[in-house]
Design a protein around this ligand. Sequence first.
Ligand code: NAP
Length: 317
Amino acid sequence: MKYRQLGASDLRVSEISLGSWLTYGVGVERDKAEACLDRAFEVGINFIDTANVYGRGAAESVLGDLLAGRPRDSYVLATKVFGQMSDTDQGLSAAQITKQIDASLKRLRVDHVDLYQCHRYDVNTPLEETMEALTKVVQQGKARWIGFSEWSPAQIQAAIDMPGVTPFVSSQPQYSLLWRRPEAKVIPLCAAHGISQIVWSPIAQGVLSGKYLPGAPVPEGTRAASDSMGQPIRGWMRPEVLEAVQKLKPLARQAGCSLTQFALAWVLREPNVASAIIGASRPDQVDENAAASGLAIDPELFRQAEALTVGLERASG
Ligand SMILES: NC(=O)c1ccc[n+]([C@@H]2O[C@H](COP(=O)([O-])OP(=O)(O)OC[C@H]3O[C@@H](n4cnc5c(N)ncnc54)[C@H](OP(=O)(O)O)[C@@H]3O)[C@@H](O)[C@H]2O)c1
């Protein structure tokens, strides 16, 4: 496993990190979650991503349970705030941030997280209020660094320009061969200001593994076949997407790796990406995906892959 610096922070994060959206505490049983997390540590993953809203606290609780026996300095822990936690709890007001960080720390059974991220931008709260509240969380030692997820370039710029507040070090956008929007503005802006990308759904929720064949029934035991996890992937289950993905398989073969590894290595070719956050429902997926770190793939194969997937962005999770 290789490691990269997270923006202007002092954190070194594994190029492949493990997330918990839809999986731990929700669609993947506890014993499998434990097996995935154990395997992740075995293969050198040190970076775990979650959010208060994943399973409305359930993902954080499972992680808190599973991480409890490990030395706190042996992993980098990231969570998020913004999502709806009850009829009255949502957003990035000072009151919410103050309340939600404590609730997250309690569920995660730690006294601090390494990275506290705004899950989305809150149009109902002045940015200054949010940034001041986040700064206080850092000053109190409850979070070491802060980040955001899916903010627009203008929103990012406004935070960068704000004086006297803790600066952001990470951006969490969707990014994959099927979703390249961050390249135009978000990545250059962040790269110029000490902010790294930690990217979500780097294999488009499993679609870029090539296991979903066009015109064939969805394989059992997959996210697309799952009642509890299957909704967000639907936007990718279009024939033109699945056909294009099959055409990538010979490129991965030429590169000497699996298609999943090829897709992860493609994301990691971008130096501003510090880590690709994978989801995993089984430990063998952790093994396969972690091995994408450090692969040296001919850039010409990546160019061919980009040509085959251009224009497929549309609905997504
Ligand atoms: N900030 C945000 O708004 C946001 C949004 C979404 C996600 N995230 C973060 O990003 C993380 C990753 O998102 P994601 O789960 O969509 O990522 P992903 O890595 O693109 O997809 C993960 C899913 O793909 C399948 N898979 C994984 N490895 C595979 C392999 N080698 N071969 C075949 N199938 C494989 C598994 O599902 P099955 O085995 O069930 O098919 C797995 O759960 C989340 O856990 C979360 O932490 C953040």
